[in-house]
Design a protein around this ligand. Structure first.
Ligand SMILES: NC(=O)c1ccc[n+]([C@@H]2O[C@H](COP(=O)([O-])OP(=O)(O)OC[C@H]3O[C@@H](n4cnc5c(N)ncnc54)[C@H](OP(=O)(O)O)[C@@H]3O)[C@@H](O)[C@H]2O)c1
Length: 235
């Protein structure tokens, strides 16, 4: 029996990459799962509900959270992970990529956490984990809009710590550097495939999320920064 046994989590962007690795890690620790993504993949996990959901749509996010609570009876953990990245200079970033990064990364995170919070409060304690990025901790060249969306996530989660601590809800930003997932490969988005070598794995990041969630409830981790050894820290 693990300390997460019987808890219920809602994870966005759970069909692939980091979200899927987090889903698998939580499932392995006895957590029941609402797994949200546009494809609605349940990853074939026991006690997991696949939820087709576009995080840009508040109504779809609220419906997915409601289905999770209806199925499992409670909610303890929100992992706001869905995200897209398009790395260009500001002027070269296509307008539709600007809109998608702000809508998915920032508004989607706000919507997911907003939909979860009343249920976390009802459970008496809980955890919010936001998959931000190193790009949410410092400005990086060639990714201004992505950075803006990630700084927004970090600011949101830090501010929510003030709002939610009194309810026993811990809010944590997990800020990875490069992770070798589809994120880096999607057509027109992400980084060129040759930079994938030496990046961290989705499972590395899921380990950190698990670490954050399994700390004794007397303290909270506000932010975790992790980077592959192949990547500079830029001060
Ligand atoms: N990979 C990295 O180097 C890296 C580094 C730092 C931080 N991050 C952050 O980590 C998070 C996960 O990234 P990843 O590398 O795992 O990416 P990924 O492998 O591309 O997976 C992205 C996930 O988000 C979902 N998604 C995308 N748009 C969505 C939408 N509109 N509504 C609902 N779900 C949507 C995708 O599922 P569907 O296509 O089925 O919707 C997929 O499950 C992102 O927030 C990213 O910014 C990544």
């Amino acid at each position: 029996m693990t300390q997460l046994e019987g808890k219920v989590a809602f994870v966005t962007g759970a069909s692939r990459g980091i979200g899927a690795a987090v889903g698998r890690a939580l499932s392995g620790n006895g957590v029941r799962l609402g797994l949200a993504s546009r494809s609605g993949d349940d990853l074939g996990l026991a006690d997991a509900l696949g939820l087709p959901c576009d995080v840009r749509r508040l109504d779809q996010v609220e419906a997915a959270v409601a289905k999770t609570v209806e199925r499992f009876g409670r909610l303890d953990i929100c992992v706001a992970n869905a995200g897209v990245g398009s790395y260009h200079t500001l002027v070269a970033t296509p307008v539709e990529h600007i809109e998608e990064m702000i809508d998915v990364n920032l508004k989607g995170t706000i919507y997911a956490i907003r939909a979860c919070v009343p249920h976390l409060i009802e459970s008496g304690e809980g955890d919010v984990v936001t998959l931000a990025s190193e790009a949410g901790r410092r400005g990086l060249p060639g990714e201004a809009v992505y950075c803006a969306s990630k700084f927004g996530q970090v600011g949101l989660t830090r501010a929510l710590d003030h709002e939610l601590r009194e309810h026993g809800i811990r809010c944590s930003n997990v800020c990875p550097g490069g992770v070798a997932t589809d994120f880096a490969l999607a057509d027109g988005y992400g980084r060129p495939p040759e930079v994938l070598a030496g990046m961290m794995s989705a499972e590395d990041v899921a380990d950190v999320v698990l670490f954050v969630l399994t700390r004794p409830r007397g303290y909270r981790i506000l932010e975790t920064a992790l980077r592959p050894v192949t990547e500079a820290s830029w001060g």
